[in-house]
Design a protein around this ligand. Structure first.
Ligand code: XMP
Length: 610
C-alpha cells in the first residue's frame, strides 16, 4: 500500500497504533518518539486508561516511571489491559508492574543499578531477534522482580539483576528492567523494532509525508471559513508551523506576526524577514514592542516570573495588534508553534511536574486553549520531526537547521540578581573534598539556575571548577558533585585567567544595555561557529550572561549541548583551541570579566539556565 494514501490514513485513525501508557516523568514521551521514528504511530495514554479504550491498538507499552511499586499510592494500570489479547511490553517500572499485577513479586534490590550494564541473553527470538549473546543496556532501578508471575520465564540477566528481561510467549507479554528507548542501550531500537513489527505485527503508518497530508486536512476542516493569526519568532517551530498553515489555508487566511520583544539576537529580525521574503511569504509582518516588554520586566528577578510575564505580554501585544488591524475576533483564531516537549516541561500531561513554564503555556494561553481559541498543528511533534516537515515543505535547510531558540529569548539567558542566595555550610566541606580528588579549585556561586532531577524541577547553585584539565575529568567531577551534593545542580569551568574567589554579585535585572552586551557575545560565538563550520555539529548553544563581577563587569557562560529532542542532553566537548578562541574574543568586550564553560549534562541541569 502506498504511504500517505487515503487507506493508510484511515488505518492510522483507527487501528495499527501502539499505545504508550504514561507513568510520569519523560519516559512515555521518549518511547512514543522512538516508535514513531520506527514508522508506527504511537499515542500516549494515561496509566489508568480503561481497557476498552485500548481495543484496536496493535500493541501496548507500559512506560517507566519515577515511583516504587511497593508504595500504596503508586500508579497502577488496569489488570484488564492484560486480558485484551494485545501484546504488551513493560519497561522498568512497567516491567515490575506486570509482575506485581499478574502474581509475581517485586522487592528492594541489594544493589541499585544506575547507568550502563551488560545483559546476558538466554534466547534470541521475538523481541531479542537478531541480537548478540551480550548487550550493553541502560539501567536505572533499585527494585527488581524477585518472583516471576505464572507463565513467565527469564530471557535475560545481568550480574546484579536475575530478571533483567522476562517473557510470557503464550500471551505475548514482555518485561524489560532496562530502558531500550535511550541511546545508551545499543540495540534498544532493534528491540523496539522487533516488538512492534515481529510481535505486534504492526504495519508502517507514520512518516512525515503522512503527517503533512493528514494535518493539512485537519486544519482545513477545523478552520472552515476562519483565519489564523500566528506569532512567528523566526525559530524552527513557529516557522514550520507558518509554512504548514500557509500550505493548508493559503496566504490570505494566515497572518504571520513577528514581534520584536527586545529579547532577540543581533540582527535577527532583519535576517528572518529577508529569508521569508526570499521564500515567497507575503503574509509576514513585523512590529517593535521591545520597550513594552522591557518595561514589564523592570525589577523582575525570578525566572518563572520572567517567563510568565513574557508569555502574557505576547498575548497582550497580539491582542492590541488584532484590534489595530480591526480583525473580527469571530473570524480569527490564534495559532502557535508549540511542540511536544513544550507541553511536557510545563507539566501539561497528567503526571508531569512543572520544570519551566513555556511562553506558549502561560495561564492566559491555557484558558484560550480550553475555550478552543487556539490551533497548534505541530504540538505532537518532536524537534527532529518538525525539521523533517520543514524540509518537506521546501523551507531552506539553514533556516530549518538553525539552533532551537526559546520563546522567551535572551530573557532567560540573562540572569538577574536581587541579592546573593546564601550557601549553607554543608556543601562546602564536601565539595572541597571532591574537587581535591580531581586536583581542581572550586567555588560555589551565590546565584541559582534551573535543573531537573528525578523528573522534578530544581533551582540550585552552580559551582565553578578552575584548573588545567580536560573534558573527561570535568565530566567525572561534574557528575560526582551533582550526584553527591543536593545543593548543586550545575558545574561550570573557568576558561579565563580570573581569580575565582574574588567576585562580587552585581545587582541587576533585564535592561537594554545588558541585553545588548549579551547580544554581542552571542553574535561573536555564532559567527565563530559558522566560520569554523562547527554550527551544525552542535544541537544548541546558549550563551548566558551572569551577574558575576570580577572588576566591574559581568561574566559569560558558554553552554553548547548535543541532543536529539531536548529531553536529555550532553554538554558538547568542543576542541579546546576553539573554546579558547571564543573566550578570547568575548574577553575583548569591555564589560566582560570572565568566561566559563558549562560542563553539566541534562539531567541534572536543564539546557537553558532559567
Ligand atoms: P530546557 O532548558 O528545559 O530546554 O532543557 C529544553 C528545550 O526547550 C527550549 N525552551 C523553550 N522553547 N519556549 C520555547 O519555545 C520556552 O519557553 C522554552 N524554554 C526552553 C530550550 O531552548 C531547549 O531547546
Amino acid at each position: 500500500m502506498k504511504q500517505g494514501s487515503e487507506e493508510t490514513m484511515k488505518k492510522w485513525n483507527n487501528e495499527n497504533k501502539i499505545a504508550v501508557l504514561d507513568f510520569g516523568g519523560q519516559y512515555a514521551h521518549l518511547i512514543a518518539n522512538r516508535i514513531r521514528r520506527l514508522g508506527v504511530y504511537s499515542e500516549i495514554l494515561p496509566n489508568d486508561v480503561a481497557p476498552r479504550q485500548l481495543k484496536g491498538f496493535k500493541g501496548i507499552i507500559i512506560s517507566g516511571g519515577p515511583q516504587n511499586i511497593s508504595e500504596d499510592d503508586s500508579l497502577k494500570c488496569h489488570s484488564g489491559v492484560f486480558k485484551l489479547g494485545t501484546p504488551v511490553l513493560g519497561i522498568c517500572y512497567g516491567h515490575q508492574l506486570i509482575s506485581h499485577i499478574l502474581g509475581g513479586k517485586v522487592s528492594r534490590g541489594k544493589t541499585k543499578e544506575y547507568g550502563k550494564a551488560i545483559v546476558y541473553l538466554k534466547q534470541k527470538k521475538g523481541i531479542f531477534s537478531g541480537l548478540s549473546d551480550q548487550e550493553t543496556v541502560w539501567m536505572s532501578h533499585g527494585d527488581y522482580v524477585s518472583k516471576l508471575a505464572p507463565g513467565f520465564e527469564i530471557i535475560a540477566t545481568t550480574v546484579d539483576c536475575p530478571t533483567a528481561a522476562v517473557a510470557d510467549y503464550q500471551r505475548n507479554i514482555f518485561g524489560l528492567q532496562f530502558h531500550p528507548e535511550v541511546t545508551h542501550t545499543s540495540s534498544g531500537m532493534k528491540i523496539l523494532d522487533n516488538f512492534i513489527y515481529k510481535v505486534c505485527r504492526a504495519g508502517k503508518n507514520w512518516d512525515m509525508k503522512t503527517f503533512i497530508t493528514q494535518e493539512t486536512k485537519k486544519i482545513k476542516e477545523r478552520l472552515k471559513g476562519k483565519k489564523v493569526f500566528l506569532l512567528v519568532s523566526g525559530g524552527v517551530d513557529s516557522t514550520v508551523c507558518f509554512a504548514l498553515l500557509n500550505k493548508a489555508l493559503g496566504p490570505s487566511r494566515v497572518y504571520g506576526l513577528n514581534i520584536d520583544n527586545g529579547l532577540m539576537r543581533q540582527n535577527e529580525q532583519k535576517e528572518i524577514e529577508s529569508v521569508f521574503r526570499k521564500n515567497g511569504f507575503t503574509n509576514f509582518h513585523r512590529i517593535n514592542a521591545s520597550e513594552e516588554f522591557l518595561n514589564s520586566l523592570t525589577g523582575v528577578f525570578d525566572p518563572e516570573n520572567k517567563r510568565k510575564i513574557i508569555g502574557q505580554k505576547f498575548i497582550t501585544v497580539q491582542d492590541q495588534e488584532t484590534k489595530k488591524l480591526r480583525l473580527n475576533p469571530k473570524e480569527w483564531i490564534l495559532g502557535q508553534g508549540t511542540i511536544y516537549p513544550d507541553t511536557i516541561e510545563t507539566g501539561g500531561t497528567k503526571h508531569a511536574a512543572v520544570i519551566k513554564t513555556h511562553h506558549n503555556r502561560v495561564e492566559a494561553v491555557q484558558k484560550m486553549i480550553n475555550q478552543g481559541k487556539i490551533i497548534e498543528p505541530i504540538k505532537e511533534l518532536y524537534k527532529d520531526e518538525v525539521r523533517q516537515v520543514g524540509e518537506m515543505l521546501g523551507l531552506p535547510h539553514n533556516l530549518v537547521y538553525r539552533h532551537p531558540f526559546p520563546g522567551p529569548g535572551l530573557g532567560i539567558r540573562c540572569l538577574c540578581a536581587d541579592k546573593e542566595y546564601p550557601i549553607g555550610p554543608k556543601p562546602l566541606g564536601k565539595i572541597n573534598g571532591i574537587a581535591r580528588q580531581y586536583k581542581l579549585k572550586v567555588k560555589i556561586l551565590p546565584i541559582k539556575s534551573v535543573g531537573v532531577q528525578g523528573d522534578s524541577r530544581t533551582y540550585a547553585h552552580p559551582c565553578v571548577l578552575a584548573g588545567n584539565t580536560n573534558f573527561k575529568t570535568l565530566e567525572k567531577a561534574s557528575t560526582d558533585i551533582t550526584n553527591n551534593i543536593r545543593e548543586i545542580n550545575r558545574v561550570i569551568w573557568l576558561l579565563t585567567k580570573t581569580a575565582i574567589s574574588k567576585f562580587r554579585l552585581k545587582k541587576s535585572y533585564l535592561t537594554k544595555m545588558r541585553l545588548d552586551l549579551l547580544r554581542e557575545a552571542d553574535a561573536l560565538v555564532n559567527d565563530y561557529l559558522r566560520k569554523n563550520k562547527l554550527y551544525e555539529s552542535i544541537w544548541q548553544f546558549p550563551v548566558v550572561l551572569i551577574p558575576l563581577s570580577f572588576g566591574g563587569g559581568e561574566s559569560i557562560v558558554l553552554r553548547p549541548i548535543n541532543s536529539t529532542e531536548a529531553m536529555t542532553a550532553n554538554f558538547t566537548r568542543l576542541p579546546l583551541k576553539h573554546v579558547k578562541a571564543m573566550a578570547n574574543k568575548i574577553m575583548k568586550l569591555k564589560e566582560i570579566d570572565a568566561v566559563f564553560y558549562d560542563v553539566t549534562n541534562k539531567p541534572p541541569a536543564t539546557i537553558e539556565w532559567e
